[in-house]
Design a protein around this ligand. Structure first.
Ligand code: NAP
Length: 231
């Protein structure tokens, strides 16, 4: 993985959580607790917690997370929360999981649980990054592919490098020009989309999916698009 892209694991001593939820993690810095929300990459049955982050050298928290060593302490908010979870996603035939950057992590957590595999015939995982070094969690994805060879399709889009066997375009553009649907099949009313990451990607995807007649999923009015914006 890219040097600035880091995943850390730490002790799980919080109450049970649901795959897809986030928690705040932080450090005491000059007497103040500095914390930020992070989606959990770990799955509820695992005995550790894991998050992925980009190290921002002039950021308030990540440069200090970066200096942590084994056995150092970290603050974890007591209870994970959030609604980017399978129970909020209506039924369908095909589940499209679309992430940019570190947004992939939450899908790794979801895919380590049984629910998506039991509820959907097909799952498409699309990860969009700037450079190939940011294509995280290759080992876990290979394991998932080996376990579900006929159910999972995994596509990578890399926008700032030309890389073989990846799509070199932003995800919405690659849907528009057919390079994604040629591999993964058509988007239709039995598709459920979960979108996570860059808010501009999410806005562009919501607009594009609107042209297919797909709308945001709300508790008051179920739809086909469930989303989590990262900033
Ligand atoms: P990002 O900027 O969101 O880029 C991830 C992918 O999303 C890229 O392929 C990008 O394409 C694409 N994207 C951007 N806008 C889009 C849109 N409207 N529709 C569809 N796709 C879109 O995520 P990131 O690289 O993880 O960076 C997140 C933040 O962390 C940024 O502020 C960045 O400066 C900072 N950062 C990241 C790293 C790292 O290692 N990833 C290192 C240092 C700092 P384009 O390439 O065409 O924009």
């Amino acid at each position: 993985m890219d040097d600035d892209l880091v995943s850390i694991r730490f002790e799980n001593n919080i109450p049970p959580y649901i795959a897809g939820q986030f928690t705040k993690i932080g450090l005491k810095l000059d007497g103040d607790l500095v914390s930020r929300p992070y989606s959990l990459v770990s799955a509820p049955h695992e005995d550790f917690l894991e998050v992925i982050y980009v190290n921002v050298p002039d950021g308030k928290l990540t440069p200090h997370l970066h200096k942590l060593d084994t056995n150092d302490s970290i603050f974890v908010m007591d209870k994970a929360s959030g609604f980017f979870i399978m129970d909020e996603v209506p039924d369908g035939d095909k589940l499209w999981l679309v992430a940019t950057g570190t947004g992939l992590g939450v899908f790794i957590s979801l895919l380590k649980t049984d629910s998506p595999w039991k509820r959907f015939k097909e799952i498409v995982l699309i990860h969009g990054v700037r450079t190939s070094g940011e294509l995280a969690y290759q080992d876990q994805i290979k394991e998932l592919q080996a376990k579900h060879p006929n159910q999972l399709k995994y596509l990578q889009t890399v926008t700032r490098e030309k890389i073989d066997n990846t799509i070199n375009a932003r995800i919405p553009d690659a849907i528009k020009d057919g390079s994604i649907t040629n591999i993964c099949g058509e988007i239709n009313s039995s598709s459920q989309f979960m979108l996570c990451g860059n808010p501009d990607m999410i806005n562009d995807m919501v607009d594009l999916l609107g042209t297919y007649g797909l709308e945001r999923n709300r508790r008051s009015k179920p739809g086909n698009i469930t989303l989590e914006k990262y900033w």
